[in-house]
Design a protein around this ligand. Structure first.
Ligand code: C2O
Ligand code: CU
Ligand code: CU
Length: 456
């Protein structure tokens, strides 16, 4: 058992009833749910049994699935109940995840339940990706980044007390330790070869600035919705809550005994989160403010190999970008603060399945959604049921992480920086019905920065 007294941990346990053996692999040494591996085209059926003392749901984050199996707040599983969901895996290969999406009368429970352990990885594989023969097996590292705070007896602590709790809810919860796969970052013995490092930000609110300890560029090969068309070198890469990045880490030029660290580098959080308040001594509880530097994984070269796999120049997995032009409908969402009550989108907060007229879209349409952030905080905006392209951004502050925002490829979550406007293009295909869009800062989401939209 990693840190966190068992009494405080809520876990997903899985049992494979039928199917390929590697479909489910438990993570016995941590609170993380089992890693689920699916193949594109496969049909899955999952029985979800709730043994918790309260309602929960299981949301398949990033997957293109029918509204009724999307694990939304309107589909709670009551204590003691079992819900069976089935869907076909339509998405191309990529790193997805699943987590609780419960929202009760009193407010959201996503932050609490995910923090307590209700989250896990879901990997989709397909032939296109397999043809590339990217590093796999021992040469593929999966990293789930989460920050946690522990009490003296190693119990998980969620939200501060009194004023601290209010601040945590406003900024989003930041733990004072960063865990990788539910445990303190570890050293991993590696060989002189490339590794595929696939990272999920499974934190409630923390943003990571992924960088190498020796300053070498970060080679990004994939994002939320799978591989990019071609690799991209960045000085660092930004990973916001719910986002995934696929990184090519090449150690073929190293010598045995050398080490390399994947870190989250320092950045100026400024007014973004915590920083300002820390300066005023109001968030005294937080020992690891947003923008701190800390290690995520340490690679120690222990074996030298002669040959080394080259990085494919074309990742080759083609999926046409969504075509947009000046006639494409633009839907705007203004993200704004609500006094003492969190944040709103176009002045609205979560209101069950009530959908406003401008939250109805037509099945088959392509639209651009524009998020304008008029708050001093970043918001990772997530749309259910599809993958989108980032069309562009404007208005952001150039010194705040801009060089590390990976906007190419396919995404289901996009970080909208303070004062920034970001446009994303999407096509509403195949499934009609209710879906949701929300900020994936879980405390913001739980406080109501979430709305239903209807595809009809
Ligand atoms: Cu990761 Cu609405 O979810
Ligand atoms: Cu989602
Ligand atoms: Cu937010």
């Amino acid at each position: 058992m990693g840190p966190g007294a068992p009494s405080e941990v809520w876990r997903y346990r899985a049992e494979l009833l039928k199917g390929p053996k590697n479909t489910v692999s438990e993570n016995p040494d941590s609170y993380l749910g089992p890693t689920i591996r699916l193949r594109r085209g496969q049909t899955v059926k999952i029985h979800i049994h709730n043994e918790l003392p309260e309602d929960t749901t299981v949301h398949w984050h990033g997957l293109h699935v029918p509204s009724d199996v999307d694990g939304q707040p309107r589909l709670p599983i009551r204590p003691g109940e079992t819900m069976t969901v089935g869907f076909e895996v339509l998405d191309r290969a990529g790193l997805f995840w699943y987590h609780s999406h419960a929202h009760g009368k009193q407010g959201g429970r996503v932050g609490f339940q995910s923090y307590a352990g209700l989250a896990g990885l879901l990997i989709v594989e397909d032939e296109e990706e397999a043809d590339l023969k990217l590093p796999s097996g021992d040469n593929e590292l999966l990293l789930v980044l989460q920050d946690r705070t522990f009490a003296g007896n190693n119990e998980l602590v969620y939200l501060g007390r009194g004023m601290g709790s209010m601040m945590d809810r406003m900024h989003g919860f930041l733990g004072d330790r960063v865990l990788a796969n539910g445990a303190p970052p570890t050293t991993r013995k590696v060989a002189t070869r490339p590794y595929r490092i696939r990272v999920l930000d499974g934190s409630n609110a923390r943003i990571y600035k992924l960088a190498w300890s020796d300053g070498r560029p970060v080679t990004v090969i994939g994002a939320d919705g799978g591989l990019l068309q071609e690799p991209e070198d960045r000085p660092y890469a930004v990973l916001a809550p719910a986002q995934r990045l696929d990184i090519w880490g090449d150690l073929s030029e190293f010598q045995p005994g050398d080490t390399l660290e994947l870190i989250s580098d320092r950045f100026r959080a400024g007014m973004m989160s915590g920083g300002m308040m820390d300066g005023m001594g109001m968030m005294g509880s937080n020992a690891l403010p947003l923008g701190s530097r800390f290690p995520l994984a340490r690679l120690e070269v222990s074996k030298s190999l002669k040959a080394s796999e080259p990085l494919p120049a074309q990742l080759g997995v083609q999926r046409q970008k969504i075509p947009v032009n000046s006639n494409t409908r633009i839907r705007s969402f203004e993200l704004s603060p609500v006094m003492m009550r969190g944040f709103a989108m176009n002045g609205r907060r979560f209101d069950g399945t009530n959908v406003a007229d401008d939250e109805k879209v037509r099945l088959g349409d392509t639209e651009i959604w524009e998020f304008h952030n008029s708050t001093p905080m970043p918001h990772p905006m997530h749309i259910h049921g599809l993958q989108f392209n980032v069309v562009g951004r404007r208005g952001g502050n150039s010194d705040s992480l801009q060089q590390g925002l990976v906007d190419s490829g396919w995404h289901d979550t996009v970080l909208v920086m303070p004062r920034e406007t970001v446009q994303v293009a999407m096509k509403f295909e195949r499934f009609d019905g209710l879906y949701i869009y929300h900020c994936h800062n879980m405390e913001h989401e739980d406080a109501g920065m979430m709305r239903y939209f209807q595809v009809q």
